[in-house]
Design a protein around this ligand. Structure first.
Ligand code: SF4
Length: 419
């Protein structure tokens, strides 16, 4: 059984779990050391390195000119770009990425030179704080790109982003990476009159700022504790496929992609011989047939309904109960029925009805039924109080039978562009 034994968490580690528990497991539980280098990661590291060197000089009393900072970028970029860089879009070559980075540096320098708007306290500074959860002590840690002090005594936590997209203010106000760093900074400098969080989207020359109040920080600590508890309780680390899968370094291991990765590496004739491919192709053919038959069945059902309506009208008008055909005959009958609101079609009235029936206990006892599915789901999702859960678990243990249910669902493969 998989189990997380970490005592330290960083915002990126926690984000990794939120995005996909399986990727988290590979990285932090199984500790598989894999790094995926892409043009975006090389660009990001090189821009950060350039700004680190820039502020090292500023702290020493000299503001470098833009070409000098671009030279820092070039050196880091050339060092990072090697044969292991995985280029997804071959239309953009190394020098195109270099230009993006140099432009980022140029834009930043133009907006901030001579870099005297604040005083840099540290660059790439490790910050952190302890947190106790359920009697266990953990540590939250991370690196602040740049920590600065403004003339009004406010601390500013700066973060550089080289992303192509520019998020909106709501995104900045919901971000928790810098908000966690703020908690660490406030503990290190308890007298600080304020802390501002700043993201520099250097491709756009835009800066987003967010300020959090004490209540927001309290809420954040609560969410943090809840997430760490969830990680510690998790023994399955279920994969969560999404857009980030395209950048995942564990696709060949992931249950969602491993078979696809394996067969994609085969030549087409070999791929078709793979047992899994053959089974899925056969299932697809059967599914196509079923869909065709279902469509035919639907059309036949519609025809049948229409003919039945006409037959009922005919029998009613003719005053007969049986209408004769050549070889068969149709018996027509009319019956009054009471239809009640169902949870699927009229949920509000269905709830109201249930409330009314419950108010007459003897009636409720006579017509209510046990929902076994809800009982099992409630236990699986730990929905109730400890007392209720233990009673429900005892019932499941006594009356339940463990079976492995299989579910197979066909869907289009990621990256497949067929209709
Ligand atoms: S490929 Fe996707 S689902 Fe699988 S581990 Fe990676 S991120 Fe998770």
């Amino acid at each position: 059984m998989e189990e997380d034994r970490s005592a330290k968490f960083s915002p990126s580690k926690l984000d990794c779990y939120k995005n996909c528990p399986k990727r988290y497991q590979y990285r932090y539980v199984d500790r598989l050391a894999r790094k995926r280098k892409t043009p975006e990661t090389v660009l990001g590291v090189a821009v950060h390195t350039a700004f680190e060197e820039l502020y090292a000089l500023v702290r020493g009393g000299r503001a470098p000119a833009t070409p000098e900072v671009q030279a820092f970028f070039d050196a880091a970029f050339d060092e990072g770009w090697d044969d292991t860089v995985q280029v997804k879009d071959a239309r953009f070559r190394k020098d195109d990425w270099r230009k993006v980075g140099r432009d980022c540096v140029e834009t930043y320098c133009r907006l901030h030179a001579p870099f005297t708007e604040d005083k840099t306290i540290a660059v790439e500074k490790r910050v952190g704080f302890p947190i106790e959860i359920d009697g266990n002590e953990y540590r939250i840690e991370g690196f602040v790109d740049r920590l600065a002090l403004t003339p009004d005594g406010v601390f500013e936590i700066h973060d550089y982003k080289t992303a192509k997209s520019l998020p909106d203010q709501a995104h900045a106000d919901a971000d928790w990476q810098l908000a966690l760093y703020e908690i660490a900074v406030r503990r290190d400098w308890p007298g600080a009159p304020g802390v501002r969080l700043k993201w520099h989207y250097v491709r756009h020359g835009a800066t987003l700022t967010s300020v959090r109040d004490a209540a927001a920080r309290e809420r954040l600590l609560g969410e943090l504790a809840e997430l760490i508890e969830r990680i510690k309780r998790d023994h399955e680390f279920a994969p969560k496929p999404g857009p980030l899968c395209d950048w995942c370094e564990f696709r060949d291991l992931c249950p969602e992609f491993a078979h696809g990765v394996k067969v994609d590496a085969l030549p087409p004739e070999k791929r078709r011989e793979d047992d899994g491919v053959r089974l899925v192709d056969a299932l697809s053919a059967v599914e196509r047939n079923r869909r065709r038959l279902r469509d035919e069945q639907k059309a036949l059902d519609a025809q049948k309904g229409e003919l039945e309506d006409r037959l009922a009208a005919f029998a009613d008008a003719a005053g007969v109960a049986v209408v004769a055909g050549s070889e068969e005959e149709a018996a027509v009958s009319f019956k009054e029925e009471v239809r009640l609101p169902a949870k699927t079609h009229d949920p509000e009235r269905a709830v109201e009805l249930e409330k009314e029936v419950r108010s007459v206990p003897a009636l409720w006892e006579a017509v209510a039924r046990l929902d076994g599915h809800a009982l099992a789901e409630g236990v699986r999702e730990r929905r109730w109080s400890a007392e209720l859960l233990s009673a429900a678990e005892a019932l499941l243990a006594r009356f339940g039978r463990r079976e492995t249910a299989r579910a197979v669902r066909l869907r289009r493969r990621r990256g497949s562009d067929e209709e």
